[in-house]
Each structure stands twice: as C-alpha cells, then as structure tokens.
Design a protein around this ligand. Sequence first.
Ligand code: ATP
Ligand code: MG
Length: 465
Amino acid sequence: MLKKLFKSFRSPLRRAHQSHSSPEVLTNHQHCIHRGDISRYATSVVERLQQAGYQAYLVGGCVRDLLLDIDPKDFDVATSATPEQVRAEFRNARVIGRRFKLVHVHFGREIIEVATFRANHPEGDDEEDSSHLASRNESGRILRDNVYGSLEDDAQRRDFTINALYYDPSTERILDYANGVHDIRNHLVRLIGDPTQRYQEDPVRMLRAVRFAAKLDFDIEKHSAAPIYKLAPMLREIPSARLFEEVLKLFLAGYAEFTYELLVDYGLFGELFPASAAALKANPDYTDELIRNALINTDLRIQQNKPVTPAFLFAALLWPALPARVLKLQERGMPPIPAMQEAAHELISEQCQRIAIPKRFTMPIREIWDMQERLPRRSGKRADLLLENPRFRAGYDFLLLRESAGEQTGGLGDWWTVYQDASDSERRGMIRDLSQDATGEVPRKRRRSGGKRKRAPGADAPSHD
Ligand code: ATP
Ligand code: MG
C-alpha cells in the first residue's frame, strides 16, 4: 500500500535523523495527497492566511494520516501569523491556551486549529523579558511554549518525525524537515532530537509515542523507546487535568487494548493508574483480563460508532483495586457495605490526584459500582425497579464484564439477560424461583432503622468526589 502512496519517491536513507534547515520536498507526483482529501475549511484557512501574506501549511497528524491512507481526526494548520494576526483574519476565531497559545477557527461543528510557528528555547534561557513567553522548570520541563520562530524552527520543535510534515494545498507539495516520510515508510515513531531531553521537556510525549505506535501499528524506534521506562515517573509532574485529556485520547481512539499493552510494557500504566497497577501485580490474571475485556469492548463500540462513556472505562480500570481496600477497612471493623462505599471514595479521590476525572464521571463510576451491590437483590419489586434505573444498563454490562474476567456470581448475568426479555408472567415466575439464600437478601425485619440502608444510586454519592 505504501508503495502506491509514495509513487516515485526516492528514499532519503543517506540522511541522519536530524531536522534540517532545508527540507526534502515532495511534489504532487511523489505523494498521493490530493486537495480533495482535505477539509475544505482547512484549505480555506490556509489560503486565506497565504493571501494575507503569511506562510501557512497543513501540518501534523492530518498529513501523516493521509499518507497512510487513514482518515484524519482533525486538521491542524501552522502559520507565520501570530495568534492575534490569525484572529484578525477570521470572524469565527478564538485564541485559546496559556502554556501553548493557539487559535481555533470555528466552522459550525468543525474546528481548525491554527498554531503559530514555534522556536525551541535553549535551556537556561531565562532572560527576564522572554520568561513570560517561554519557561522551564528545574528538570527541563517546558512550562510555557510561546516563543515564535520560523518554519524551520517549528519543524525542529515538533515531537516526532512523522508529525513534522508540512503540506501546502496551493502547490500540493509536502515539506519534510526531519525524514518523516522515511519513518512513515518504515513504520517508526521517532522523536526529533535527543530523546531524553525531548521527554524531559514534555513527559506527555512518552504517552504520545505509545498512542501513535498503537494507532498506526508502528514500532517506537529504539533510541526513542529506550529512555521511557526510566523517565516514566516524570508524568507525576504533569497537571492532572492535562493527563485526564491525554488518557481519553489514549483509550478512546479505537486502539485501547494495544495502547494498554504498550503502557504496561513501558512502565507508564503505573504512573497513570497506580492502584490498578498494584492490583495487576497482586492479581495479574484477573486484573489483566478485566481491563483488557473492557478495552476490547470499547474498541469494538468505537468501530461500530456506538457511544462510549469514560465513566464505564474508569470504573473498569479501577475496579480490580477495590477488593483489597474493602478488605482492609473490614479488618478494621467496618461492615461490608460502608467499607465498600468508603473504599470507593478513597480510591477515586486518590486517582483524581493523578488524573483529574471530572465529577460528571466520578458520580456514574460510583453508581456503576453501587449497582454491583444491587443486582443480586431481586426479590419483590426490586428487579423491576432496577430495570427502570437509568444506570441499569451500565451496571448490567459491568456485571457481564466482571463475569468475563472469571468472577463467580452464581449465574447472575444470565439471570438478568433472560429477565430483560421475559414476559410479565415469566418474570413473576423467575422472582418466585429465587430462593432467599441464593439472593443473599437480608429479611426486612432484621434491618435496624439507624442501620446503613442503601439508597438510590447517586443519592449517596459524597459531594467531595
Ligand atoms: P491526532 O490529532 O491524530 O491525535 P496529531 O499528530 O495531529 O495526532 P495533535 O495533538 O493534534 O496530534 O497535535 C498536532 C501536532 O502538534 C502534532 O502532530 C505535533 O507535530 C505537534 N505536537 C502536539 N503535541 C506536541 C508536544 N507535546 N510536543 C511537540 N509537538 C507536539
Ligand atoms: Mg491533530
């Protein structure tokens, strides 16, 4: 396939893997990207900027993906215009970001992201007048990245060679400053420049390396792969809100299972999900199976264009870490249900210190877990009430997921599968058949009024989640 895509392209093998001040140029006869493959809004943004006298190109993932015959997720534009100059050209544009300022140009639901060419700022460059534009902390991490530069500078500071390709829709030429085309042909994710330094500048690049390797089915080139294991703990310095966004990109792109494997192999998973990694160590088969099955499901749903909820995903990723915590609390004398509630709360709070899961997702996580306590209790009208609960579906799917990983539930999943499709009279029969022992029900009269009663899912979710 690649042969076809790169028509008569000459291999630039002789070159070292550095970024160059003069690019390899591919004319429209040497690659297979056509103007028609590109969002007309992206083309119009580039052309408008060019007409206004600025340099402008399509860049990054869209060029890479089009060369690989993949539908680009979005179209990014790089330009010599400053964010303010870009905004002045478009009525529908907004400047966003602080660490990395850029402009979003809106066309209905489509957003074209326009970034000004950036320059690398050398370490120790802390002159007072530029520190508001660019700054690093003591470990070399870039805190602000708003020093503008030339097209050549911009190519150098991009993360991977395969992401440093610039396409000009007017001439239909591709500019390749870092031998990205060579790496695309060889299926390699390779950092531009010194890998250790580039990861230190922005540890999220380690996650991006894994994400692109999984998405494109590429290898991480050996020098780019080597420092990851050692530098993985640097992810702890990344703001938890940014990591939340990155984790969604990792797991909601349709390649979650493979991504998870790579994250584990490179020691990155434990930095993102420390409690789950501990469960993976303590109970490897069950934990791996549960997480993997959840991710396989997610990938399948994305393939089928079905909605996926991050809450279900996080509920699954964290679930294997719950039992040990529940047990610990029970050993301290806490009854099972409060112990479960407390363990869930602790686990989510701890996780949120690494990855800021917003409350709109932590609440449903608690509700999905809460459902696991409720699904076995089916007597009287309970089963029908549960069926009407808006979280029933997620709770039921989660039960099946637990069973798929080998949890013993006494056939509860099958019972619910049959119950949902049964007629009224069949349902009454199924409820009658439940023996009290099998349901584990606590007879009403034994309940104390001051006891810990279960309430509707969500009603008992603590407000500090
Ligand atoms: P996709 O959109 O398919 O996930 P992408 O390569 O377009 O992949 P984006 O996150 O949209 O990724 O970023 C656009 C481009 O910006 C990248 O291709 C890369 O050149 C550059 N870039 C993004 N994040 C970084 C980073 N942390 N360090 C250096 N360059 C980056
Ligand atoms: Mg992109």
